[in-house]
Design a protein around this ligand. Structure first.
Ligand code: SF4
Length: 225
C-alpha cells in the first residue's frame, strides 16, 4: 500500500453494514497482545495516508453485521467446534472511521475480548471493556493530536520509529504521561533490509534508554498476515 490509499472521511452508518477488507484467523503480531490467537477484522479505508503504510485495506466490500458475527464465530473455533480464539482484533485502515459500536457490543456479549487499533484522530463511544491500542501519526508538520475523549480509554500507545525521518525519530508527548499510558516503540518497516536493521538497533537503544516497551512485527518474521 505504502501510503497510496485515498483519504476517506468517517462514515455515518448505524453499524449494521460495515466496509470490510478481510476477516481471517491469525496470531496477533505486535503490541500488547502479541502472540495471542485472534480473529482479525480488517475494515476498509483510512482517514490518513501515511507514506510508510504497510497494509492493503482498499478493495473492501459491504458486509452485514450479522454475517460478520457469523464469520467470527466460525473462524474462532477449531474443527471440534471448540472456541480457540478469544481475541477479536478490529483494525484497518482506521476502524473508528465506521460505526463499530454495535459490532463491539455483540462481540463482547458473546464473550470475546476485543482490541481496536486506531490512529487516535477519530472517536466512537465504544464499550469500556474494549482494549484500545493507539498508534499516533505525524502529519509532516507535527503529530496529529489524540482525541481528548479517546485519551482516557487508551490502553497502550504504539509509536512507529525510524532514525531516517526526523518526524518519526522520537516519541512525542501526546498524553501518555498525564494518563499513565504504557508506551510501545516499534521499528518502522522501510522495506529495505539495511534500513530496517538500522531501525531495529535505533529503536532497541531508544527503548532501553527511555524505558519504553519494544514491539516487533512478529507476524512478518513468521510470514503470516
Ligand atoms: S493511519 Fe495506519 S492505516 Fe491509516 S494510512 Fe496511516 S499507517 Fe495506514
Amino acid at each position: 500500500m505504502r501510503g497510496q490509499n485515498p483519504i476517506r472521511p468517517p462514515e455515518t452508518g448505524d453499524g449494521s453494514l460495515l466496509q470490510v477488507k478481510k476477516i481471517f484467523p491469525t496470531l496477533q503480531g505486535e503490541g500488547p497482545f502479541v502472540g495471542q490467537p485472534s480473529v482479525f477484522i480488517r475494515l476498509g479505508g483510512c482517514n490518513l495516508n501515511c507514506y510508510f503504510c504497510d497494509t492493503n485495506f482498499e478493495d473492501y466490500t459491504p458486509v452485514a453485521l450479522s454475517q460478520l458475527m457469523q464469520d467470527v464465530r466460525e473462524l474462532s473455533v477449531n474443527k471440534e467446534d471448540r472456541r480457540i480464539r478469544h481475541l477479536v482484533v478490529i483494525t484497518g485502515g482506521e476502524p473508528m472511521r465506521q460505526n463499530i459500536v454495535p459490532l463491539c457490543e455483540q462481540l463482547l456479549a458473546e464473550g470475546f475480548h476485543v482490541q481496536i487499533e486506531t490512529n487516535g484522530t477519530l472517536f466512537r463511544p465504544l464499550p469500556e471493556e474494549v482494549s484500545i491500542v493507539c498508534s499516533p501519526k505525524n502529519s509532516g508538520n507535527g503529530y496529529f493530536p489524540i482525541r481528548e475523549d479517546l485519551l482516557p480509554l487508551i490502553q497502550a500507545f504504539k509509536f512507529i520509529v525510524t532514525p531516517h525521518d526526523e518526524n518519526y525519530s522520537f516519541v512525542p508527548e501526546v498524553g501518555q504521561t498525564a494518563y499513565r499510558i504504557p508506551v510501545y516503540v516499534q521499528p518502522m518497516d522501510e522495506y529495505d533490509m539495511w534500513l530496517n536493521a538500522e531501525n531495529l538497533n535505533y529503536v532497541t537503544e531508544l527503548a532501553i534508554k527511555e524505558g519504553y516497551i519494544m514491539s516487533i512485527q512478529t507476524h512478518k518474521l513468521l510470514g503470516i498476515e
